[in-house]
Design a binder for this molecule. Structure first.
Ligand code: BG6
Length: 509
């Protein structure tokens, strides 16, 4: 394997939740897996005042709670923590960036970083153009000695014009190949496995098209509400928060053609072709094929859940959607007229992300079924989380007289691979960036195309006062009207449960 160069990670927004819960625990896991180079340092930068010691103490708690190796020995922990440093500056003021340069010089000498730096922006988006400008002002974006890369967290823009704008501004200071737009869904093992399942097996590919697939479902359900993120979420909503990025990325991996080679360019190119083939939503589609909902208060199993409008920092008359479902078409030879149903929501009955490929039914119903589903629907379920795995539903004879058919399952669970360590999404993505591999990061074109696709929905919801917003009780599967999206009498959404093999409308309640 290629050796990872010595380098530093500079995290802007280091006092925030993402650093504490995800980034530092992921870097610690990299350290425990021996994936960090000999010369390595992390510099946290933020406005809050911490000493190195205080920062390390705080990060230690984060590791204890969120790392895979949370039970690491004090020796391991201390060795790792000694590589963490902190610098307090006002990131909005250009004159304060000299301190970043000085600190990096010191760390460079101490840890032999070879002037290789990654800048990670885990800050409010309003700083996404300001920080690069001031880094540029310090000469820190130029790759004369070492490499310089920048990782940008979502949201990459708020809509199509702002995504264009952000891109224009960023590329003044960094070249496209230096920019890593992170979508943590792409770092998930099971999301990467979508491509492997499809292209490492000869048996799926011949069936993976409009001739054999009736429709595709992509669900990302969350049982939590917006928690303490009301301020952010109320300006965002489910479409921006989950669909424009995570779910369209998953869709592209389900729908793409096989890349010529497994290179970043080939894979990104094939995904981009999918985004470019998304059928633009007409006015009629916006009314018929897109649904939004907002959770209302409910009591589930004796526990009371407040409605979205009662959440902290949410406007009491808010029309932000906490649920969105869409019927999407991809205009190309493989997928013409095959509906892709996408849905996501907060305060749904369970936490599940999965893709379901519904195959066309057998042409003739020869046998009586013991349950309704087995004739009409062979399903391949690709479970992204939890109970990660794959399940194929197929019809089999019920033993005994006659020919009664029952739906049975053939399944594989990742947990069966207990000798395999599954890295977290951030672990994988940070390591890729350290090695200069942007395959699992979003290209600027992909970001623009996905915004282009959702923009008419954003406009419709914002400007048309008649655009409905359906309430749904917390703990339910979203507004009832979402069921009408799915065509055909015998088809409904799958109602997944925590366990891959189970489904049922309220199985987790
Ligand atoms: C984030 C969204 O990008 O993804 C959150 O902002 C959402 O609202 C989260 O909860 C879901 O990620 P995961 O990995 O828990 O499925």
């Amino acid at each position: 394997m290629k050796k990872t160069n010595n380098q530093a990670l500079v995290i802007f927004g280091a006092s925030g939740d993402l650093t504490y819960r995800k980034l530092i625990p992921a870097i610690f896991d990299l350290y425990r897996n021996d994936s960090l180079p000999e010369g390595y340092a992390v510099l946290g930068v933020s406005r809050s005042r911490f000493t190195d010691k205080q920062f390390r103490e705080k990060m230690k708690e984060g590791i204890r709670q969120f790392a895979h190796y949370k039970d690491a020995t004090a020796e391991h922990l201390n060795a790792f923590l000694s590589r963490l440093y902190y610098l307090s500056i006002d990131t909005g003021k250009g004159e304060e960036y000299a301190a970043v340069t000085n600190k990096l010089h010191t760390l460079n000498d101490k840890h032999h970083l070879e002037q290789n730096y990654i800048f990670y922006l885990s800050t409010p988006p309003s700083l996404y153009t300001i920080i690069p400008k001031y880094l540029y002002g310090q000469g820190l974006t130029l790759q004369q000695k070492g490499f310089r890369r920048i990782i940008i967290e979502k949201p990459f823009g708020h809509d199509l014009p702002s995504a264009f704008d952000l891109n224009e501004q960023l590329t003044v200071f960094f070249r496209e190949e230096q920019i890593y737009r992170i979508d943590h869904y792409l770092g998930k093992e099971t999301v990467q496995n979508l491509m492997v399942t499809r292209f490492a097996n000869g048996i799926y590919e011949p069936l993976w098209n409009r001739h054999f697939v009736q429709h595709v479902e992509i669900t990302a359900a969350e049982s939590l509400g917006v928690g303490d993120r009301g301020g952010y979420y109320d300006r965002s909503g489910a479409l921006r928060d989950m669909i424009q990025n995570h779910l369209l990325q998953v869709l592209s991996l389900v729908a793409m053609e096989a890349p010529g080679k497994i290179t970043p360019e080939d894979i990104r190119y094939e995904k981009l072709k999918v985004f470019r083939s998304l059928r633009p939503l007409s006015q009629k589609d916006l009314k018929m094929n897109v649904i939004r909902g907002q959770y209302t208060e409910a009591t589930v199993r004796g526990k009371h859940y407040r409605g979205y409008r009662e959440e902290n920092n949410v406007n009491s008359t808010s029309r932000t959607e906490t649920y969105a479902a869409m019927k999407i078409f991809i205009d190309n030879w493989r997928w013409q007229d095959v509906p892709f149903y996408i849905r996501t929501g907060k305060r749904l009955p369970t936490n599940v992300t999965e893709v379901v490929i519904h195959f066309r039914p057998s042409p003739q119903k020869l046998f009586k079924s013991a349950d309704r589903s087995c004739h009409s629907d062979n399903q391949l379920i690709l479970r992204i989380q939890p109970d990660e795995g794959i399940l194929l539903k197929t019809g089999m004879k019920v033993p005994g007289k006659g020919f009664e058919v029952k739906s049975v399952h053939m399944d594989f669970h990742y947990s069966e691979l207990n000798d395999h360590y599954i890295p977290s999404a951030y672990e994988r993505l940070i390591l890729d960036c350290m090695n200069g591999d942007n395959t699992l990061y979003m290209s600027s074109d992909a970001a623009k195309e996905t915004w282009r696709f959702v923009q008419p929905v954003l406009d419709y919801w914002e400007n048309d006062r008649e655009a409905p917003l359906h309430g749904y009780p917390a703990g339910s599967w979203g507004p009832d009207v979402a069921d009408e999206l799915i065509e055909g009498n015998e088809n409904t959404w799958r109602y997944p449960c925590k366990n891959l093999a189970e489904d049922g409308v309220y199985c987790e309640l």
